[in-house]
Design a protein around this ligand. Structure first.
Ligand code: GLC
Length: 413
């Protein structure tokens, strides 16, 4: 069985490698996650008053784009409308529960798209399909699907070329007919090359679904390698994570991930060719707090040095023991050797951690190599190869430097 030929826009998406997810809406004012309405069984007549205090005065799309860029992200996926039903975009009369009708008085998605375009980032639209605000969702589902379709049409018509739509919520009514053919046809009509993604949630990670779907999702998990043989279409994969344990701002969630976890998760994704979509949750009126900013910036420092391997590297079947693996560049001229857990040089009893130093073997390397260098300091590594084996002398981290994953680049003859 053969692997289907990929459409160019899907390959382009795969090469973006890293994206920034942003969960922000009325719920951010309560600071207890985006599910607060449902989990605390709130009343919509009260909840919707949050629109009256939504000023978005700290939302600065340009700063958001610059932060994403600094982190090494190539796209941003923003909640244009989450389950609460409030739209950050101008719904053009579909209802008044949107940012332009709130004290914000602005079309925040227009600002978002403009900032992304200005800074060379791809704007992606998260859009809920589950809706707690629109009564039709429970009472007249077909009517609701019309409203959803028209909402998506607004997003596809009014903002120029967009990266794609990231739907979330079909899992809430698994037995209903969501009429996805009609919804996806609306997208294709205006945005033939938009990525269509439909989050399969935590219950069904990696599930494919409709033929128009361009990427599968792995929510809060680890992506597994995809076997594309015999698939009806070549699709990408994306894994999303939060910086702590919530998507939207949660003032008392202190379970923040470390840079080690974040960088290693990113590499775990690239190992199987998946993108990593890392989420921040801006505060009430759109400010990103300092800690989240700092997390993104540390990721950026790593990306600044090793990003080339993340964007350009594709799975090639070569790997070492434990988590270490190899990617091959898109142009076929280089290999990237990803080393987790590298020890520091020197035998002084002052450094902790790190497992590898010295001779280390990879299997499945059939390319003839002409030299290998650490990407950060250009130090050359000695090696021998033959019969698909590559043995490299991994010098350790120089004292004073430790990377969660260190990458060496090998040139292919
Ligand atoms: C879930 C949640 C949602 C979040 C999403 C992100 O499906 O319902 O709140 O937006 O995952 O992946």
């Amino acid at each position: 069985m053969s692997i289907p030929v990929a459409k160019q826009y899907i390959l382009d998406f795969e090469q973006l490698g890293l994206g920034m997810f942003v969960h922000w809406g009325l719920y951010s004012q309560l600071g207890r996650g985006e599910w607060i309405f449902a989990l605390e069984k709130m009343n919509m007549d009260e909840y919707k008053n949050l629109a009256k205090t939504f000023t978005a005065e700290d939302f600065d799309a340009e700063q958001l784009a610059l932060l994403a860029k600094e982190a090494g992200c190539k796209y941003i996926t923003l909640t244009t409308r989450h389950h609460e039903g409030f739209s950050l975009y101008d719904t053009c009369g579909l209802n008044d529960f949107d940012a332009p009708h709130s004290p914000a008085g602005r079309d925040l998605i227009r600002e978002f798209v403009d900032a992304c375009n200005k800074h060379g980032l791809m704007p992606m639209f998260y859009h809920t399909t589950l809706d707690w605000y629109n009564k039709d969702f429970e009472e007249n589902f077909d009517e609701y699907l019309e409203y959803l379709n028209k909402s998506v049409e607004v997003l596809c018509k009014n903002y120029g070329k967009i990266g794609g739509l990231w739907f979330d919520g079909n899992w809430s009514k698994p037995d209903s007919d969501w009429k996805v053919d009609a919804l996806y046809a609306t997208i294709r009509k205006y945005q033939p090359e938009a990525m269509i993604i439909n989050n399969t949630g935590m219950v069904d990670p990696g599930h494919f679904g409709n033929i128009e779907i361009d990427s599968i999702t792995f929510e809060q998990g680890k992506p597994t390698p995809m076997n594309r043989e015999g698939m009806p279409k070549y699709i990408a994969a994306e894994m999303c994570h939060t910086l702590n344990d919530h998507w939207a701002y949660s003032a008392d969630d202190l379970c923040y991930k470390s840079p080690v976890e974040i960088i290693q998760s990113l590499c775990d994704c690239r190992r199987v060719g998946a993108n990593y979509l890392l989420n921040i949750g801006p505060e009430a009126q759109g400010r990103v707090n300092d800690f989240q900013k700092e997390q993104m910036k540390i990721l950026g420092r790593w990306m600044h040095t090793f990003g080339e391997a993340i964007y350009n590297g594709r799975p090639c079947g070569a790997a070492g023991i434990d988590k270490n693996f190899i990617l091959k560049s898109v142009d076929g001229k280089s290999l990237y050797l990803f080393i987790y857990d590298l020890a520091e040089v020197g035998d002084a009893n002052v450094t902790v951690g790190g497992k590898y130093r010295g001779a280390y073997a990879f299997g499945g390397v059939n390319e003839e190599i002409t030299n290998i260098k650490w990407m950060d300091n250009g130090e050359e590594l000695s090696y021998i190869q033959g019969n698909g084996m590559l043995a490299v002398n991994l010098t350790g981290h120089p004292y004073g430097t430790v990377y969660p994953v260190r990458v060496a680049k090998a040139d292919i003859k």
